[in-house]
Structure formats: C-alpha cells, structure tokens
Design a protein around this ligand. Structure first.
Ligand SMILES: [Zn+2]
Length: 187
C-alpha cells in the first residue's frame, strides 16, 4: 500500500503525492500548479491514500483485515482449539488395567498353595464364592468396567475433537478462497 501525502489546493481538492515527487510541481485537477514540499517537509502533510477516482480523499487506515482473513483466522483458531482439546482427552485417557486370564489363574493357584486352610476359607467366603457365581472366566472388577467406560468416552471425545479440528481447518481454507476479495485501494 503506497503511502501518499496530501497537498492542499485552493480549489479544495487534496491531490496525493508520493515521496518520489518531493521537490517537484504537480498540476491539480483544477489546473493549479502546486509545489510539492521537499522530503524533509513532506512528513508534516496529512497522510492519505489515492482513491480510484484520483481525488485525494483523506482516509484513515484502510482495513487490511478483510473477510477472507477473518474467516481463515477463525477457522485456524478453532482448529487449534480442537487439537488442544483432542490432546487433552488423549493425555487424560485412563489406562485400562490389563488382565491376563492365564496369568491370573497362575497367580491364584500359587496364592492358594501357600495359604493356610483358614485363610482359604475366608478368601472363599469373601471373594471367590461370588466369582464362582459369576464364572471365573469373567474376571473383571467393577473398577475395570468403570475405567473402560471412561476410557471409551475419552476416546470418543478425542476423535470428535480431531474431526472438528479437521473440519475447521477445511472450512478455514474453503472460506478463505470463497470469500469476496477486498477491493484494493492501490493503483
Ligand atoms: Zn485544485
């Protein structure tokens, strides 16, 4: 964006000049010849931009932040947010305790061999009679079920967040290219 300094003509127009024109003379649209100040004095003039009609209209900072940039940025921010969420669900997913039935039986057998009959009776009363009712093969504790449910939920959230991150990134790209381009104020 070329910055222009605005001269003031008696006719009321403000012809824009660039620093390259410092020290020269330009002709206003009305026909007046105007002296362009030297480079050192140019900076005291108001800054404006040449608009397409050439009438050096004073403008503030023209927004370079167009709809395209807004859409792209929003999409990228959303995508990053969802990625962070996915990472969180991945990091906090509880580990389901691994239960090897063969190993469990071996440990149980070893334990039973070194236990006194009284202990065995207690053990039977407290734990194994109930296990026997349910079946020894179903060797799962309620805690394990619970952890498994939480882990499955975390995986679901994580995958959902990953999908949303992908969709956001995609929409950001598509939106950027489909949104109307901002009108250029430059020549
Ligand atoms: Zn003029």
């Amino acid at each position: 964006m070329a910055e222009k300094y605005l001269l003031q003509c008696d006719c009321g127009k403000q012809p824009p000049v660039s620093p390259k024109q410092a020290g020269n003379r330009i002709r206003c649209e009305c026909g007046n010849l105007l002296d362009v100040p030297t480079l050192g004095k140019l900076r005291y003039l108001p800054i404006g931009q040449e608009n397409p009609t050439g009438k050096g209209e004073v403008r503030g900072n023209s927004p370079t932040w167009g709809l395209r940039q807004a859409i792209a940025s929003a999409g990228i921010i959303a995508a990053v947010g969802f990625l962070v969420a996915a990472a969180y669900f991945w990091a906090t997913e509880p580990e389901v305790p691994h239960l090897d039935p063969v190993q469990s039986k071996q440990e149980l057998a070893a334990h039973l061999e070194e236990s006194a009959p009284v202990d065995l009776w207690r053990l039977w009363q407290l734990d194994y009679s109930r296990l026997a009712d349910r079946g020894f093969l179903v060797f799962e504790t309620p805690e394990r079920d619970h952890i498994q449910r939480i882990a499955a939920q975390q995986r679901l959230y994580r995958n959902g967040a990953l999908v949303l991150a992908g969709v956001s990134a995609l929409l950001s790209g598509v939106g950027y290219f489909l949104a109307p381009r901002p009108k250029s104020h430059q020549r």
